[in-house]
Design a protein around this ligand. Sequence first.
Ligand code: CTP
Length: 408
Amino acid sequence: MERTPVPSPYSLNRKVLLGVSGGIAAFKAALLVRELVKAGAEVQVVMTRSAHDFVTPLTLATLSKRPVLTDLFVQDGSGRWNDHVHLARWADVMVVAPATANTLAKLAHGQCDNLLVACYLSATCPVFVAPAMDLEMWRDASTRANLDLLRSRGVRTIGPEQGELASGLVGEGRMTEPVDILAAVHAGLVGASKLSGKRILISAGPTQEAMDPVRYIGNRSSGKMGFALAEEAALRGAHVELVAGPVSLQLDRPGVNRTNVISAAEMAKACKTLAPACDALIMSAAVADFRPVNAAAQKVKKGKGPVELQLEPTEDILATLSATRKPGQRVVGFALETNNELEHATAKLQRKNLDLLVLNSLREAGAGFGVDTNKVTLLAPGTDPAELPLMSKQEVARAILDRLETLL
Ligand code: CTP
């Protein structure tokens, strides 16, 4: 009999660098990896040598679906080494669980004698530690001072909890349960978002304008950028109204209400209905600018001569919504340009009276239709354009929403 897996109560599509140090609670790292993976995270485990005595790398590698890393220098005579700088830059968040008294001391004092602590020193992302140790070690003045130092530098602590300890003593020192560590990381990363509780309208994908019942005029948009925005906004606790043109993408996430449309006119109608209740509007759809004047009711038969197709402009949804916005509502537009990008985009920002404009250039490698990456420049009134590097569409979505948060 097939069983449906129990879904995670949290959703965390982040790259997690999980540091596992050597204490008895390391056996729970296996459950933490499972919780993180179930929540949608990519997990790279870095463990200390002594953690190997408590949980096997094979267990953590199997659950995380990635080889576990331990040594700065691979001891097989090959000269290979594990690049802590690259690992730290890869991570969206670093979690050290369990964090033993020894590892906390190393972190606090900038020691760098194993891969885990070297990654910490190189990390610029948020860092969480879940201490686990015996009662007296936890109470010791040096542990307290080390934690104070780490907290003063922005490291966030999770637990420890009261309870039965491996020594048989009862008191504070138990590592927080894996699902609660996940909850704390989730709350720390996305729970404090200004988008939490906000209603966001996002348009995505292409539109199709019928010529007859069989043919249409369309464009190459895949909808990936808009769907990444919808996913990220929902992750940050927003209620998302996603108005999607014809795309093959799925987005099954609580907090996202999807309306499917085909044509620019249908998209305009749906957006105009939903916009008044929203706090922000993000129009990422590639809406057709023209449609056939009269779509034929029957399939047009091929003739001998050339066929003439008369086109008329569609409504500019973004311009309409911006002009009729309610007070305080933020409006974000996109611009796809092929030449004089900044000049055209700046004009669009002003003409459509936008709070933020995301400029894509088709000339940039890795940007544009169908690909999973994008390279954009963010334009806002009164500020210099911010050119972002080539990133995944998820990362671009994050950057756009980070910027939107500053506007809300
Ligand atoms: N847009 C819209 N409705 C349309 C056309 C475009 O809402 N009928 C929105 C898109 O969703 C995007 C922005 O307008 O957010 C920019 O679209 P783009 O085609 O780059 O610009 P246009 O305003 O159509 O200007 P131009 O054709 O001159 O480039």
